[in-house]
Design a protein around this ligand. Structure first.
Ligand code: HMH
Length: 207
């Protein structure tokens, strides 16, 4: 089997499971998540998305021209997403001028460090980050109000299609990448999965 995103998911299925199936999301589905837990996630994820947007800007700067359309579409969606996060925080009277928790800070530092990695590594990490939310928010099943709006942001068919194209773009460059670059992409995938798990746990612990 050639080196693909599918292979990474199969090789690291256990850690991917932990990244995408978590009591935080299960309790959103059940409607039992505490507001302190949810609000912690909301504020920290806003702070994450600010740095994620910068990361996607660096991915664009490293990408081949024929990958621009998809990445630019992602950046446009992030413009909307940052506005949306601010609205959601305002509705809940949350202060976004908050310190990053250690897990969020470490994840943001890692995203920054990806900027010096070869493009196939960046493309793999970018895809994994988007897939984590695309799967994570959908796997528990239908979410009640108000969590359905959050689940739909990352679970809607358009976002699912976007993540599939990110996978195709990553696969394309992974095929011809040197073995050591493939190795770095695999390490990035595992690192992202661990950070995703830790991020849910960080919010869950706020209860
Ligand atoms: C922690 N990972 C985290 N937050 C997000 N908003 C995304 C990924 C986007 O997919």
């Amino acid at each position: 089997m050639s080196f693909t995103c599918t292979k990474l998911l199969l090789t690291h299925s256990q850690i991917w499971h932990a990244a995408t199936i978590h009591p935080f999301l299960q309790q959103c589905h059940l409607g039992t998540i505490k507001s302190e837990q949810f609000n912690t996630w909301l504020v920290q994820d806003y702070l994450f998305v600010v740095e994620f947007t910068r990361m996607v800007g660096r991915v664009l700067a490293s990408a081949p021209l024929d990958h621009f359309d998809v990445i630019l579409g992602g950046l446009a969606a992030l413009q909307d997403e940052l506005t949306w996060f601010k609205q959601k925080a305002a509705q809940r009277q949350l202060n976004l001028d908050t310190k990053k928790q250690a897990t969020c800070q470490e994840y943001c530092e890692y995203m920054h460090s990806l900027g010096t990695k070869p493009y196939p590594v960046q493309a793999t990490a970018f895809w994994a980050m988007e897939l984590a939310y695309n799967q994570g928010w959908q796997l528990p099943g239908e979410m009640p109000v108000p969590y359905n709006e959050f689940a739909n942001r990352w679970g809607n068919p358009g976002f699912t299609e976007y993540v599939k194209i990110l996978e195709q773009q990553a696969d394309e460059v992974l095929q011809t990448a040197a073995a050591d670059v493939q190795q770095q992409a695999e390490e990035a995938f595992v690192k992202v999965a661990k950070f995703e798990h830790n991020f849910w746990q960080m919010a869950f612990n706020a209860g």
